[in-house]
Ligand binder design. Sequence first.
Ligand code: NDP
Length: 310
Amino acid sequence: MEHVKCLIIGSGPAGYTAAIYASRANLKPVEYCGLLTGGQLTQTTMVENFPGYPQGVLGGQMMNDIREQAERFGADIRDGIITKVDFSKAPYKVTTEEGGEIEADTVIIATGASAKYLGLDDEKKYNGMGVSACATCDGFFYRKKTVAVVGGGDTACEDALYLAGLAKKVYLIVRKPFLRASKVMQERVMNAENIEVLFEHNTIGLYGENGVEGAHLVKRRGEADEEKVDIQIDGFFLAIGHKPNSDVFKEWLETDEVGYIKTIDGTPRTKIPGVFVAGDVADPVYRQAITAAASGCKAALEAERYLLNK
Ligand code: NDP
């Protein structure tokens, strides 16, 4: 069985930053990238709020740069998924998708979060036929067409603005009477000529012969003046938040009701010595690239100290 000093699971800003610090500390980290190499930032456009990039940087580019930086110091970064862990005693055992087993003295969990769906049967029915949770991946297919984005946060606004640059028209479907996004994003959306914000609307279904041709909405659902509204669209984009990727660890680590892994007093430590958590999988509050990177750094420093003390 392969034995490593430090195993990192996940490859967003948290995982890659942990790999930089762990490799510079000579822990010879092995990192498994997970389902989406580079994490959520590879699915976004410009990142304008990461310090050090006055003109912004493409999310995918930034992830490649951080990875390259980690590899320069010897991090062994591999494609693949960890499907099972055994944290019953150190060294901790993990199993890869191919059935390979690795023993690790320390584990840094940085598995991030995945896009949420509304839970409609039609989302499954039209998956890949007009339904998407990644505007930057699939927006290209909707040039000069009409699309809808669901959500009222920064992601929804960012996606709506991105799509507005490609599509003829964008509906932003918001369940509340206001947007939750930051003021600057709200202003950009409200000022975009081809974005129509549908406040207080909920989606109840999609329709179409060989793909999405429209959505059934309800305005002011549950109110006396509730109204059914249909919109004609070619694409339906979800931007309603994310679910932490913690399922594989739930047998060993405590999570909150949503699934975020609980850590000790704001540190990356868990109740299992030598197992640390970084990034969005443990952060229901900030969920930023910079905070994820910072927590990856902290987790690697904790791993180094844990091994020194041992
Ligand atoms: P948020 O949790 O901030 O927003 C989710 C949105 O989806 C809310 O408007 C919410 O509505 C809506 N929603 C949730 N469930 C449903 C549902 N079932 N039906 C309809 N609408 C629903 O998630 P984001 O992904 O937008 O952002 C996550 C974090 O990342 C935030 O902290 C954000 O600031 C940050 N971010 C920053 C960016 C940047 O700075 N460039 C870019 C993107 C994200 P309601 O308001 O009613 O709860």
